[in-house]
Design a protein around this ligand. Structure first.
Ligand SMILES: *Cc1c(COP(=O)(O)O)cnc(C)c1O
Length: 488
């Protein structure tokens, strides 16, 4: 730890200033909407967060004796009772600390169940090509063989391909991992049929519940065919997860799987086989952040939760409508609508203008926005998810920025700005760029950093220019001492 950062901040004032400087570089929900699709970056309300710091929640040891954790137990019981209504599952396991851990725990339960039926040889997992990368990774972790199911040109599961692959592997079929609505941002009308095809061929259905924000109060994985499903509490249920964590990915299972979910030696779960090993060291995972989800559910109430879902879907459809004249919407459902997120296709624009999805993402920083999800699940696209937390004002501000950026791209297309020197490829613009006395750009400083009235009123300054992502990924900086140094 020879870097000066580890020795410079030795007084509380210095530490305070250091942390504040770092905070100032961050664009958070306190500045603007974070439209990351599949991430559900909704409001983490202060009133939900405050109890996390109360000693009675924060200072409990994960292995405290059971008679000292009655409060936690009550909270978990109440959450489980709520969840058994929401995704319609019977037994909940709270130990998975992220969705991917929940996927793993759910697949383990499926394998144990199948082994108990004398079907332990079943090891094929069907996964649609639109799935999140965690799905095949989790399947691989439980030694399943992943068979990819193709999507049709509308982004839906290709049912003919699903039928063919389910039948082809019927003697080995263990499960399918399905995301609903899909990561293409569409409620697939064939979801019941897809579940039935898998059940008919001897498999179980794992529902990836990441997109629960489009379901709560409207539909339930347990009703349309799921046997096991996780909840991303750090998405739908308000736990902050900018920067990757911490999270919670509790799973719910139907009655036939309940005896086979993971157990815990210190805190055994009733009705679960006591031989089933744990999937997390702590029985209730990152339990200290559960009060956030509990408070959210209690404050919203059943009606409020349903309304949140409806608004999330409405907001995404509003964006799709406002942007469709500027950017093609890649996938829609049969009725022409999207679910709680929408994918805009940048590939035709890139072919025509040379401007890429990354240029748009970086230019959005000049307009004061965090970029949408880039090139997932489809390369060359942007996936936008507004959530219910955003006002019409903010959504309009975002759409206005996107439409203004489309007009800037037109000026590159027309040849007014060269492809290698325009506000898009030079984005984001820092204060240092603007103050450069040698400004050699075919657009003025005003357009560079203050492209909209909203930004003129309240400016977020990007701290650095464009970072070369690929360079960073390929230049490994190894800080480990060489073996010779150990010898010395
Ligand atoms: C976010 C997400 C995951 C993974 O969730 P983690 O909690 O980060 O493990 C899995 N599937 C989908 C569709 C997601 O959006």
């Amino acid at each position: 730890m020879s870097h000066p950062t580890f020795s410079r901040y030795r007084s509380e004032t210095e530490m305070l200033r250091y942390l504040k400087r770092l905070e100032n570089k961050d664009l958070s929900l306190a500045h603007a909407m974070i439209p990351l699709g599949s991430c559900t970056m909704k409001l983490n309300a202060t009133s939900e967060m405050i109890p996390v710091s109360w000693p009675s929640f924060a200072h409990l040891h994960p292995f405290a004796p059971r008679d000292q954790v009655a409060g936690y137990q009550q909270m978990i019981d109440e959450l489980s009772a709520f969840w058994s209504k929401s995704p319609a599952m019977i037994t909940f396991l709270c130990s998975p600390t992220r969705a991917r851990r929940g996927e793993y725990a759910g697949l383990v339960a499926i394998r144990r169940y199948q082994a108990a039926q004398g079907e332990g040889h079943r090891d094929v997992c069907l996964i649609p090509s639109s799935a999140h990368g965690t799905n095949p990774a989790s399947a691989a972790m439980v030694q399943m063989k992943v068979v990819v199911v193709e999507c049709d040109h509308n982004g839906n599961i290709d049912m003919a391909d699903l039928r063919a692959k389910a039948e082809q592997h019927r003697d080995q079929l263990s499960a399918i991992m399905l995301t609903y609505p899909s990561t293409h941002g569409v409620f697939e009308t064939s979801v019941r049929e897809a579940c039935k095809v898998v059940h008919d061929n001897g498999g179980q259905v794992y529902i990836d519940g990441a997109n629960m924000n489009a379901q709560v109060g409207l539909t339930r994985p347990g009703d349309f065919g799921g046997d096991v499903s996780h909840l991303n509490l750090h998405k739908t249920f308000c736990i902050p997860h900018g920067g990757g964590g911490p999270g919670m990915g509790p799973i719910g299972v139907k009655a036939h799987l309940a005896p086979y979910v993971s157990n815990h030696v210190v805190t055994p779960i009733n009705g679960v086989n006591s031989d089933s090993g744990a999937v997390s060291a702590a029985a209730f995972g990152s339990a200290s952040i559960l009060p956030i989800s509990w408070a959210y559910i209690k404050m919203m109430g059943a009606r409020g939760l349903r309304e949140a879902t409806e608004l999330a879907i409405l907001n995404a459809n509003y964006i799709a409508k406002r942007l469709e004249a500027s950017f093609p919407i890649l996938y829609r459902g049969q009725n022409g609508t999207v679910a709680h997120e929408c994918i805009i296709d940048i590939r035709p624009l890139k072919a025509a203008s040379g401007i890429s999805e990354e240029d748009i993402a970086k230019r959005l920083m000049d307009y004061g926005f965090h970029a949408p999800t880039m090139s997932f699940p489809v390369p060359g696209t942007l996936m936008i998810e507004p959530t219910e937390s955003e006002s019409l004002y903010e959504i309009d501000r975002f759409c206005d920025a996107m439409i203004a950026i489309r007009k800037e791209i037109a000026r590159v297309e027309s040849g007014e700005w060269p492809l290698d020197n325009n506000p898009l490829v030079n984005a984001p613009h820092t204060q240092a760029d603007l103050m450069d006395s040698d400004w050699k750009r075919p657009y003025d400083r005003q357009l560079a950093a203050f492209p909209s009235a909203a930004v003129q009123a309240a400016k977020y300054w990007p701290a650095v220019n464009r970072v070369d992502n690929v360079f960073g990924d390929r230049q490994l900086i190894c800080s480990c001492p060489s073996i010779d140094e150990y010898r010395d």
